[in-house]
Ligand binder design. Structure first.
Ligand SMILES: Nc1ncnc2c1ncn2[C@@H]1O[C@H](COP(=O)(O)OS(=O)(=O)O)[C@@H](OP(=O)(O)O)[C@H]1O
Length: 242
């Protein structure tokens, strides 16, 4: 969640460097593996450094680059229902560019035939099985943890429990760390490290989504179903999106 609660974990967030993530991704691509290490915070013996960039999972070159930097890297990916994910993605773009076409018109290559535009990134990113295939060329499943975005909201401590186990950390973060904030409509931390104040995620997390034509939503559900099934099979985990 971008807030360090466990002192064994140090955090690198790309936005913290003051540049848009896309720009940084390009820059990192040009920099080469050794220099990526230089961008990381200094880590003490026994500490874990985390780095988070949303586009890694869907970037073709990312698995090879990360493997070249450290083949022992543990990978954590938060996934949510790809249909909701696409709408959330669209909502984010809409907040920056209010003049873009409707979600419904961007979804289809041809609305009459119902042909979905899989080249639209909001749709492409949700084909998780395809992206995972790319990672499995370099990393075994045992080094990848998929966190359920839905459970991260309904049971944050439970999901964080899985993360801590995966990282070999003591379960320091428990139910006691969270409360449900009625105004925000999401769980928040009772207090962040070094502060006695509660901490919710920012205004850009948990935006209201626009209403989408239910027929379009259904068409997308049908589109994603086989990819979701494949993904459940590959991960051995039913995320319950269908
Ligand atoms: N605790 C809590 N508080 C607020 N929001 C929460 C929380 N847990 C998960 N979420 C969901 O996180 C979604 C936003 O994450 P992003 O996709 O923007 O993350 S990322 O930084 O781009 O990786 C965001 O998606 P939207 O609802 O579409 O805004 C939230 O649903």
């Amino acid at each position: 969640m971008g807030v360090v609660v466990n002192a064994r974990v140090t955090w690198q967030r790309s936005e913290a460097e003051g540049k848009p993530e896309e720009e940084l991704d390009v820059e990192r691509g040009r920099l080469g593996e050794e220099n990526v290490r230089d961008l990381m915070p200094k880590t003490l013996e026994g500490q874990i450094t985390m780095e988070k960039t949303p586009s890694y999972f869907v970037t073709r070159e990312a698995p090879a680059r990360i493997y070249a930097m450290s083949r022992d890297t543990k990978l954590i990916v938060v996934v949510r229902d790809p249909v909701t994910r696409a709408i959330s993605d669209y909502t984010q773009t809409l907040s920056k560019k209010p003049d873009i076409p409707t979600f419904e018109s961007l979804t289809f290559k041809n609305r009459t035939t119902g042909l979905i535009d899989t080249s639209w990134s909001a749709i492409q990113i949700g084909i998780y099985a395809k992206h995972l295939d790319n990672w499995l060329q370099f990393f075994p499943m045992s080094q990848i943890l998929f966190v359920s975005g839905e459970r991260l909201i309904s049971d944050p401590a439970g999901e964080l429990g899985r993360v801590q186990d995966f990282l070999g950390l003591k379960r320091i973060i428990t139910d006691k760390h969270f409360y449900f904030n009625q105004t925000k409509g999401f769980p928040c931390l009772k207090k962040a490290e070094g502060s006695s104040k509660p901490h919710c995620l920012g205004k850009t997390k948990g935006r209201t989504h626009p209403n989408i034509d239910p027929e379009v939503v259904q068409r997308l559900r049908d589109f994603y179903r086989p990819f979701n099934m494949k993904f459940y099979q590959m991960t051995g985990h039913n995320f319950g999106w269908d």
